[in-house]
Design a protein around this ligand. Structure first.
Ligand code: CA
Ligand code: CA
Length: 467
């Protein structure tokens, strides 16, 4: 992390209120200019206690801003945002610090680290804050805290350490109103050391306080107490749908229904099968029971179409021909279904093997990856052509047997994914859904062969007119 301010660009509208570096060395520049767009900036929080790196307000945007603190700086706040958009920020702070204090606004990508502190805190706003966070990594003692308003988190990796909750929805002050976290395709992991550590904790502490968490297609792992719900007053509610977590500790879900409920659908109590939990690689390894184990419905209207790595959210990761969400932040890439057993044509003069003959040479084939000369060549698509009308269809040619998948998006939302098997090289036709509403659609066409090699995606546009 550079401890300098290498570049500071793009203040298109001056002197509009907006983003300004607000601590340490940044403060001097802040006096000279205020920007609606900050980008490619490095900020170092001052040495003292309670420094702040950047304050963002009034709908400003910060892109690729890095905030760091010198070793020993304590109690710092990296970024404070009231509204606005934070894209690909990299905030890394030390002891008892807060990487991001969010009072409304949107976070797209980035990394927020607060060793021994809280990575992201969603706080009280005038009215109800509705913050949206997508595709980010956060780590600290607590990775996400919601003390007021509503935070929707998609495709994120939240890591916690020590004795705190990794995700906490709670406010110990006597405020009333809603505190709500919606976690969709989130991977929540602790360090698994302390029996006090909680995965997701929802706590209401005064009357009129409605604290809740909704977990969808989410993993809670490496914590002794995955879900904790408590209401001294008000109500505390947890809803889960297709969530993987270990067994709940006795007493973590109190019986009193007047103080809220825990409602769970399709719980998976299994080893998630992370690629390398200790090494921090929290993608799912091939064969993980959480691949294609999420909700089978189409994407929600506000649901992100990409995972934490930017890959398409809904892929057929187990090769059964049906694309379903995986659990957690990462979607496993599509794999081709197992190829049908090859039947070589009989040679000249050689009789065809009768159907009743015993199978020849049962020696199993070694895995494709270990076979010299294994198929590593991606299939090629050619002559793609879209035909509209009442029965829209896509035609083209594929240069080997395989499958063709068409992903249809409207804006960022995946409307439909259609996959067809192409049995032999040559022409193919994909029938598209006839009942698409009028509008402009973006199509991504991709082919895969039996060995799992995938072609590049070809982008096409489809316009459906009102009749
Ligand atoms: Ca999948
Ligand atoms: Ca599947």
């Amino acid at each position: 992390m550079p401890a300098t301010m290498p570049r500071h660009r793009s203040s298109r509208h001056r002197p509009a209120a907006g983003a300004c570096p607000a601590g340490g060395r940044g403060r001097r520049r802040a006096g000279r200019r205020r920007a609606r767009l900050l980008r490619d900036l490095g900020i170092r929080v001052g040495d003292g206690v309670g420094g702040r790196g950047l304050r963002l307000s009034g709908g400003a945007t910060a892109t690729r801003v890095a905030v760091s603190a010198p070793a020993g700086a304590a109690g710092a706040t990296g970024v404070g945002a009231v509204g606005g958009l934070l894209r690909d920020l990299d905030v890394s702070l030390g002891a008892s610090s807060l990487a991001l204090q969010l009072t409304d606004g949107e976070v797209d990508g980035g990394r927020f680290e607060a060793a021994g502190g809280t990575a992201i805190s969603v706080e009280q706003a005038p009215g109800l804050a509705a913050s949206r966070l997508h595709g980010l990594r956060a780590s600290g003692q607590t990775a996400l805290m919601v003390t007021h308003g509503r935070a929707t988190v998609d495709s994120a990796l939240l890591r916690g350490s020590g004795q705190s909750a990794v995700v906490q929805v709670a406010n110990s002050n006597a405020i009333s109103g809603e505190l709500r976290a919606i976690l969709r395709q989130v991977t929540i992991v602790g360090d698994g050391r302390s029996t006090l550590q909680r995965g997701v904790e929802v706590r209401a502490s005064s009357s009129g306080q409605h604290a809740s968490a909704k977990l969808l297609d989410t993993i809670v792992a490496a914590v002794k107490r995955p879900l904790v719900r408590a209401a001294a007053a008000g109500d505390a509610n947890i809803v889960t749908d297709h969530v993987a977590h270990g067994p709940l500790l006795a007493g973590d879900d109190p019986a009193d229904p007047s103080r809220g409920t825990l409602s769970e659908t399709a719980v998976l109590d299994v080893d998630p099968g992370f690629a390398d939990l200790a090494g921090g690689d929290l993608r799912l390894r091939p064969g993980s029971p959480l691949i294609d184990a999420g909700r089978p419905d189409p994407l929600d209207i506000d649901e992100a179409a990409t995972d934490l790595a930017g890959a398409a959210r809904v892929s057929d990761g187990n090769g059964d021909g049906v694309a379903i969400r995986d659990l957690g932040a990462y979607e496993s890439p599509a794999v081709a279904p197992p190829a049908p057993p090859a039947e070589p044509p009989p040679g000249p003069g050689e009789p065809a093997t009768p159907a009743s003959a015993p199978p020849a040479s049962p020696a199993p084939a070694p895995p494709a990856a270990a076979t010299p000369g294994a198929d590593r060549r991606a299939p090629r698509l050619a002559r793609l052509r879209l035909r509209g009308g009442a029965r829209p269809r896509l035609t083209g040619r594929l240069d080997e047997p395989g499958r063709v998948t068409v992903t249809i998006r409207h804006g960022r939302r995946v409307v439909k994914t259609v996959t067809v098997s192409v049995r032999r090289a040559g022409a193919f036709t994909v029938t598209l859904p006839p009942r698409l509403r009028p509008g402009r659609y973006a199509l991504a066409v991709r082919a895969a062969d039996a060995a799992g090699n995938r072609s590049r995606a070809t982008a096409l546009r489809l316009l459906r007119r009102a009749r």
